[in-house]
Design a protein around this ligand. Structure first.
Ligand SMILES: [Zn+2]
Length: 152
């Protein structure tokens, strides 16, 4: 995955770039990522100090340009989280148990994008796990529970 050059196969071109706070981790996205999901689960709350905001795309479209400080933490039996071991920025979330035969996916934190313009939040997830200190508010965006059911 590292060392791939944009345009190597004639079909890729960097759409967006991003990285951590200190610059130890830099990446490029070679496909436009999907709209942003806000995750209200307890693991995101601990990692990001509040909610997590993620966009997603095929794993093959993520090119890590610099990974000097990239650290992976296996946060559950289902997923690992990539963050910068120097500045602490949260960067990636990747399922460990991706469906066989499916195209591997990865999620990227919206806040780590250099320029997130044009991306919008289109859903809240794990809303049944949110902390009691805030309200999601009436933003008209779809809400899903930890089991994936639509809730209001
Ligand atoms: Zn960093």
């Amino acid at each position: 995955m590292t060392g791939q050059e944009a345009g190597q196969d004639g079909g890729t071109a960097t759409v967006r770039t991003g990285g951590c706070l200190c610059g130890g981790v830099r990446y490029a996205l070679d496909a436009e990522p999907e709209p942003i999901s806000i995750c209200h689960c307890g693991q995101c709350r601990r990692q990001h100090s509040h909610v997590g905001a993620y966009t997603g795309l095929p794993r093959a479209a993520l090119r890590i340009l610099s990974q000097d400080t990239l650290t992976w933490y296996v946060s559950s039996s289902h997923a690992r989280r990539g963050f910068c071991g120097r500045c602490g920025a949260g960067l990636f979330w990747e399922a460990l148990d991706q469906a066989a035969g499916g195209e591997p996916r990865i999620t990227v934190t919206a806040g780590s994008l250099d320029d997130p313009d044009g991306l919008r939040v289109d859903r809240h997830i794990f809303v049944d796990r949110k902390a009691s200190y805030y309200d999601i508010g009436g933003d008209g965006v779809e809400r899903r529970t930890s089991t994936g059911e639509i809730s209001g």
